[in-house]
Design a protein around this ligand. Structure first.
Ligand code: ADP
Length: 275
């Protein structure tokens, strides 16, 4: 289940730090009508690092994630992924400038770089677990079905769901569905995993299993951005924590600093309420 772009990882979980981030975002801006949702967001994510995005509801965290995955189109700003993508040609960066016109091809290339784990799992209800997992690799990435199935089975076994291969989502608990959601993202072999409040729809007793899987992925060197309200988990798993409020980055830094001794009053209030 290790990441596709090499074993080296940095920060809290490992050794070397890479000179260039896997992902660089500059001056990302987005409004829905007159509602300005993102203002000048900058973000760098290094290979093997975990960045936690925290902040009150409505602060723009999900919109950042969705913009990275091509599900929203920002009004301005740049998003750059370093190196080749999953099914892209050799050795090239992907650089999108949303201040200019962005083509469908660029958006599709962007989608190829990251994979999203959604709050409400978003599994296809009419497909089995296995079909859900191989859909992207086979239909979008044009990989061989037999290979995709073999890989899916391995990943499902890894999260304790080998025996659920032929089950339908409605037959699974929320925690099991979310583990399928994670496997579906891993099967795409993305450069970057995006988690949008992955445990907030779960019954409390099911949260631990899903967090344990995410922690394992972090330990294995996956590069991730996680939107979460689980601040204790963020402190444990994240290399960097970014606190957003009102579409702005209010504070950022090492997880221990931002969560234990925030510099900004707004961060302090938020953290005090949740930790
Ligand atoms: P968070 O993830 O921090 O809760 P969101 O990114 O979901 O914040 O939302 C930020 C703001 O953008 C909110 O005011 C929300 O209502 C608005 N918003 C998000 N998506 C849309 C949309 N598709 N259309 C209109 N407004 C939206």
């Amino acid at each position: 289940m290790s990441p596709t772009d090499g074993a080296a990882h940095s920060g809290a979980h490992g050794a070397t730090s890479q000179a260039r981030p896997v992902l660089s975002v500059r001056n990302l801006a987005k409004a829905f009508g007159s509602n300005v949702v993102l203002r000048d967001i900058d973000l760098d994510v290094r290979r093997g690092n975990v960045v936690a995005l925290i902040g009150p509801s409505g602060s723009g965290k999900t919109t950042v994630l969705r913009s990275l995955n091509g599900l929203e189109t920002p009004d301005a700003g740049t998003v750059t992924f370093a190196g080749p993508g999953t099914s892209a040609g050799p050795g090239t960066d992907l650089a999108l400038d949303f201040s200019a016109r962005v083509s469908k091809k660029e958006i599709s290339d962007l989608r190829d770089r990251s994979a999203m784990v959604f709050q409400h799992y978003n599994l296809f209800p009419h497909m089995t677990v296995l079909q859900n997992v191989i859909e992207g690799p086979v239909q979008v990435q044009k990989r061989k079905r037999a290979e995709a199935v073999a890989e899916a089975e391995k990943l499902l076994a890894r999260v304790g769901l080998a025996d659920k291969r032929d089950a339908y989502p409605f037959e699974l608990s929320g925690g099991q569905q979310q583990r399928v959601g994670i496997v579906r993202a891993l099967a795409l072999k993305p450069q970057l995993l995006l988690f949008d409040e992955p445990t907030s729809a779960l019954d409390p007793e099911l949260v631990g299993d899903v967090l344990a899987v995410i922690q394992e992925l972090a330990d294995e060197g996956w590069t991730m951005v996680i939107v979460t309200h689980e601040l204790a988990f963020a402190r444990q798993v994240a290399d960097e924590v970014i606190f957003m409020d009102g579409g702005l980055v209010v504070e950022r830094g090492p997880a221990a600093e931002v969560l234990r001794a925030p510099r900004q009053e707004r961060t302090r209030q938020f953290v005090r309420r949740l930790l």
